[in-house]
Design a binder for this molecule. Structure first.
Ligand SMILES: Cc1ncc(COP(=O)(O)O)c(C=O)c1O
Length: 387
């Protein structure tokens, strides 16, 4: 028997020493709400009611759902009824649940190209055929989508409509309405992943897909990961009540009850103490500054032939490299210069997007972001010099 050294760790990702990891899509550890959740826990435990330590009701704690409905109605500036919400284990788990309840192996799902790459594994876990739809400056290209819908008769369409991962693009209002109409005409469900909607730091985004839930064909998926803490593993599904009934008719929920009543109880107290809005505003202010710093630093590289759009929210800037430069090939040189990013093909269901790369501004402070871009610029210059 061989004894292996076990490295104990808590967080999923450990950053490599000496490399600026502009690829990582996580918040800075020092931005996480340790103090706020400490107050929330003290508040919850002081109530002397242990019911949140019991198996939870299937849709999630009704008191939490009521607070959440009020919060979303205010943030989205449209009514979100409590009866249309359920608590999920974050968007990742919500996607898994939706696939289990609404699709069969062999069905087709249309996804943006590029898209959130880790969603693709979830869709493939369910035996779905993944078909890419191009993304333009305004999100998913709906003319292309309509043609693909006629060709493939999908069961599901997955979109990240606001501050998309990885492109940062936002789908305009009229396109959102058109997508919801197409879902009704062609009988598919829209899984709207709205994980970055509340992280808008400039202007006001178009209405959340919550506005189209009443069609019965749209599910708006939200998460506490980016507005509170990824470790909460909690989010929500906003959908027509008959769809929610279908989602909770699930073996895992029947056995284990609703998702994480303990974590949900802390978030309930975050709401009751009115701690969440101020915390989110702090994140928006920080990310606005970081996005500007990253954008300013990248402006210096425009003379080398890169292109990008400044985001108005979310976590990312999507960079198009000069003609002929491949983001997969460039990565080795970037790492040698001390910086890493996510190369474009990672986000593409069929391995395209080779001339693109994704940078994240949520993890590092402004100076580190500037330093990382300088290193990226050096790698690019070396590559261009070699022709
Ligand atoms: C577009 C998108 N959807 C979903 C997730 C994961 O969400 P959750 O943490 O709620 O599972 C991420 C995380 O980066 C994301 O970027």
């Amino acid at each position: 028997m061989t004894l292996k050294t076990v490295t104990l760790k808590t967080a999923q990702t450990t950053l490599a020493e000496g490399v600026t990891e502009l690829g990582i899509g996580h918040p800075s550890p020092w931005l996480l709400p340790l103090r706020e959740l400490e107050s929330a826990a003290a508040h919850r435990f002081a109530q002397g009611d242990a019911s949140f330590l019991q198996y939870g009701t299937e849709l999630g704690d009704g008191f939490l759902l009521t607070e959440l409905a009020q919060f979303l109605s205010r943030e989205y500036a449209l009514p979100v009824p409590t009866g249309e919400l359920m608590i999920s284990g974050g968007i990742s788990q919500a996607l898994d649940l939706c696939c289990a309840a609404l699709s069969q192996p062999g069905d087709t799902i249309l996804v943006e190209d590029p898209t959130y790459f880790l969603s693709l594994n979830i869709f493939r876990d369910h035996g779905l055929k993944v078909v890419p739809v191009p993304v333009g400056d305004h999100g998913m290209n709906l003319d292309a989508l309509e043609a693909l819908v006629r060709q493939h008769r999908p069961r599901l369409v997955y979109t990240i409509p606001t501050h998309q991962n990885p492109t940062g693009t936002t789908m305009p209002q009229a396109q959102r309405t058109r997508l919801a109409e197409l879902a009704q005409q062609h009988d598919f469900f829209v899984l709207a992943d709205e994980v970055y909607h509340l992280l808008t730091f400039t202007g006001t985004p178009p209405h959340s897909f919550a506005a189209h839930v009443n069609t019965g064909k749209v599910l708006s998926l939200g998460s506490f990961s980016k507005i509170l803490a990824p470790g909460s593993r909690l989010g929500w599904i906003h959908a027509a009540p008959e769809l929610l009934s279908c989602l909770i008719a699930n073996g895992m929920i029947a056995s284990g009850g609703g998702f994480s009543p303990l974590g949900g109880a802390l978030i309930r107290s975050m709401f009751e103490l009115d701690l969440l809005p101020g915390y989110i505003q702090g994140l928006r202010d920080t990310f606005r500054g970081r996005a500007a710093a990253l954008g300013d630093a990248l402006d210096e590289l425009r003379s080398l032939g890169i292109r990008f759009q400044r985001p108005s929210g979310g976590y990312f800037i999507w960079v198009t490299l000069p003609d002929g430069v491949d983001s997969v090939v460039l990565l080795d040189r970037a790492v040698a210069n001390g910086v890493r990013y996510q190369p474009g093909p990672k986000f593409s269901p069929d391995g395209g997007q080779r001339g693109q790369l994704r940078l994240c501004f949520a993890y590092y402070a402004e100076d580190d972001l500037r330093g990382g871009v300088q290193q990226l610029g050096q790698a690019l210059q070396e590559t261009l010099r070699e022709g």
